[in-house]
Design a protein around this ligand. Structure first.
Ligand SMILES: *[C@@H]1O[C@H](CO)[C@@H](O)[C@H](O)[C@H]1NC(C)=O
Ligand SMILES: *[C@@H]1O[C@H](CO)[C@@H](O)[C@H](O)[C@H]1NC(C)=O
Ligand SMILES: *[C@@H]1O[C@H](CO)[C@@H](O)[C@H](O)[C@H]1NC(C)=O
Ligand SMILES: *[C@@H]1O[C@H](CO)[C@@H](O)[C@H](O)[C@H]1NC(C)=O
Ligand SMILES: *[C@@H]1O[C@H](CO)[C@@H](O)[C@H](O)[C@H]1NC(C)=O
Ligand SMILES: *[C@@H]1O[C@H](CO)[C@@H](O)[C@H](O)[C@H]1NC(C)=O
Length: 548
């Protein structure tokens, strides 16, 4: 069953409350976004980029904790389109998540209004297009959620607050890249790195001597871990995906694909132009790009040496990751200190071990989690669940532990109980770094180390001041363990942020279920795009072009 048929069901059952899934007592912010193709030249060659209101990257979303965001997205691409909100938890509202499994795609020429509430959240995140291979064409932008006025922030108000979207980039366009994957081939290495949509020296950040600036850095790329450094300046880390961190200084910082970090940089050098360097990690050759930190009244380029990047060894990166801690006395989205939630004292009731793998199925390249390589169905999973349509997916179609068997295709959904507190171990037996993201949640990254995880590995967990975040790396031939409080009912995508691997199956959905079925736990289904289409007499468009 498809979205357009489901739409007729919806018409009968839907509760037509405007802005369903928002809280009327909290402020509203309205956005009208027009999604189009347009010429961009990020690496010097002309490409069709995905623009939002003519911008590449798209506009930032500025918000404050608990704001309701009403985002009306007009799809003027000739194919279906969805945006997803990396790190925005969308409590009780997985309908708005904007991934294949939760939301009907916006047909060409139509619009859909996302209604999100940034409930009990602060921090730096981003949005991106989730269908097909659109992410390789842009359509992404920064999301910032500021603290409410009376909630203390553990550093002085910066003189400026910059979004820095970094990511690897191909000169081939997204349809060509997708065609390679659809043929069952691997992608070549990316051609370069973009900083806010531009190549070398394309972006300048203006600063004034003596002042301190916040840089919200997100890796919106497709596969590469990246390292960022400021020539002759140090970065004070203050926030990671919604957690205020212990404020340590770093001369260079690894940011894995899908991750977001906020740093403070003080302009304490002579008034000149300094380079900001971003380079790929664990690759040969190393790709590097630059932006400019430009002092007002700059006397021209600073002539000192460029700061070198870290070595290829993973130990350096692992040690840096372990050094990133929660500031327990600082406030998060609420006035009480972040340390008042004692995650380390809660007993877990379930351990899920997830092993990624790569291989061939029917002569085509696939990627898998616990041997299952995800394939979508016609019907978005959340809708199948809502309308109790059989034959779309089976809860339990992916096991809790690696089976060790060969890769096979299925529409993998794992069941989980609302309010359970669980442990997930990502076991990476491959020799490349992984980056895992869970929609709808933040989790505590309690441990990571080389080799095989065993129950004895728990002895090394940080049960005191681990960071709570939504995207974590797993080093080659290593494991990462997280603790997760399942307090958000819904159908949530757990996926690699390595986009070709996600596209070819390294993902599944976690169905966090409550038998109570109360509006207190989950909002009812909103109007979906194809309902509007049906009413306007539109024709069916395949929702997605992921390969089967
Ligand atoms: C979106 O942009 C396109 C191209 O500029 C334009 O034709 C169209 O009218 C715009 N749509 C809206 C809703 O602004
Ligand atoms: C991508 O490039 C191919 C040619 O290599 C072209 O046929 C296709 O229309 C392009 N797609 C987009 C979205 O620009
Ligand atoms: C589409 O946009 C129009 C005009 O802004 C708005 O009235 C309508 O509610 C939108 N439709 C959807 C499904 O969001
Ligand atoms: C641009 O950046 C490169 C390093 O990526 C540097 O070698 C070059 O001198 C820069 N050019 C200008 C005009 O600043
Ligand atoms: C932690 O946050 C407090 C504010 O509650 C701040 O005063 C302190 O400097 C921070 N500590 C570190 C190590 O970042
Ligand atoms: C957690 O488990 C331990 C040992 O199984 C038990 O002694 C303790 O009471 C449990 N704690 C809670 C909060 O349930």
């Amino acid at each position: 069953m498809r979205c357009n048929i489901l739409a007729s069901l919806l018409e009968v059952v839907v509760v037509l409350v405007s802005f369903l899934g928002t809280n009327a007592e909290d402020p509203y912010r309205f956005f009208n976004w027009n999604v189009t193709y347009g010429d961009v030249y990020p690496l010097g060659v002309r490409q069709q980029g995905i623009l939002i209101n003519g911008q590449f990257p798209g506009p930032d979303i500025h918000s404050v904790t608990n704001d309701n965001l009403i985002i009306n997205v007009f799809n003027n691409l000739p194919e279906p389109f969805l945006l997803s909100w990396n790190g925005v938890q969308q409590r009780r509202n997985s309908w708005q998540d904007g991934v294949y499994g939760t939301t009907c795609p916006i047909p060409p020429g139509k619009n859909f209004t996302y209604t999100l509430q940034v409930k009990d959240q602060i921090g730096s995140f981003y949005y991106f297009p989730s269908l097909a291979f659109h992410k390789a064409a842009g359509g992404f932008g920064g999301i910032r959620i500021l603290s409410r006025p009376r909630i203390p922030v553990p550093f002085d108000e910066p003189a400026g607050d910059y979004t820095v979207l970094i990511g690897d980039w191909y000169k081939k366009n997204h349809t060509d890249l997708k065609a390679i994957l659809d043929r069952g081939k691997k992608l070549p290495l990316p051609d370069g790195i973009l900083i806010n949509g531009r190549g070398a020296n394309g972006t300048a950040f203006a600063v004034e001597k003596g002042k301190t600036y916040r840089f919200r850095i997100s890796n919106v790329g497709l596969m590469n871990s990246l390292n960022i450094r400021f020539q002759n300046h140090r970065m004070k880390l203050v926030e990671v995906e919604g957690t205020h961190t212990v404020q340590s200084k770093y001369s260079s910082l690894d940011i894995h694909v899908g991750q977001s970090y906020s740093v403070l940089v003080t302009a304490d050098m002579p008034s000149q132009d300094f380079y900001i360097l971003v380079s790929s990690r664990f690759t040969n050759p190393v790709l590097t790009s630059t932006a400019i930190l430009r002092y007002s009244n700059s006397a021209g380029p600073f002539s000192g040496p460029l700061p070198g990047g870290p070595t290829i060894q993973i130990d350096w990166s692992l040690n840096q990751a372990r050094s990133i801690r929660t500031n327990l006395t600082a406030s998060g989205p609420r006035p009480n200190p972040q340390g008042s939630y004692h995650y380390g004292q809660i007993n877990t009731t379930r351990t899920i071990i997830l092993a990624n793998s790569a291989g061939q199925v029917n002569g085509k390249q696939r990627y898998a989690v616990n041997s299952v390589s995800f394939v979508p169905q016609e019907t978005p999973l959340k809708l199948a669940d809502n309308f109790k349509i059989g034959g779309v997916f089976r809860v339990g179609s992916i096991s809790d532990k690696p089976s060790g068997g060969g890769i096979y295709l299925d529409t993998s959904v794992m069941g989980a109980d609302f309010r359970a507190f669980i442990e997930i171990v990502f076991q990476n037996n491959e020799n490349i770094v992984q980056s895992w993201h869970l929609d709808g949640y933040a989790f505590f990254v309690v441990g990571m180390d080389g080799g095989q995880w065993t129950t004895a590995s728990r002895k090394g967990y940080n049960l005191y001041d681990a960071v709570s975040r939504c995207t974590t790396q797993v080093y080659p031939k290593s494991w990462t363990a997280i603790y997760l409080a399942l307090d958000n009912v819904g159908m949530w995508n757990l996926r690699t942020e390595f986009w070709a691997r996600q596209y070819l199956g390294q993902q599944f959905y976690l169905r966090v279920y409550s038998s109570v079925e109360s509006i207190r736990d989950e909002y009812p289904i909103p109007k979906m795009p194809l309902l509007a289409e049906r009413l306007q007499g539109g024709t069916h468009v395949p929702y997605n072009s992921m390969p089967l």
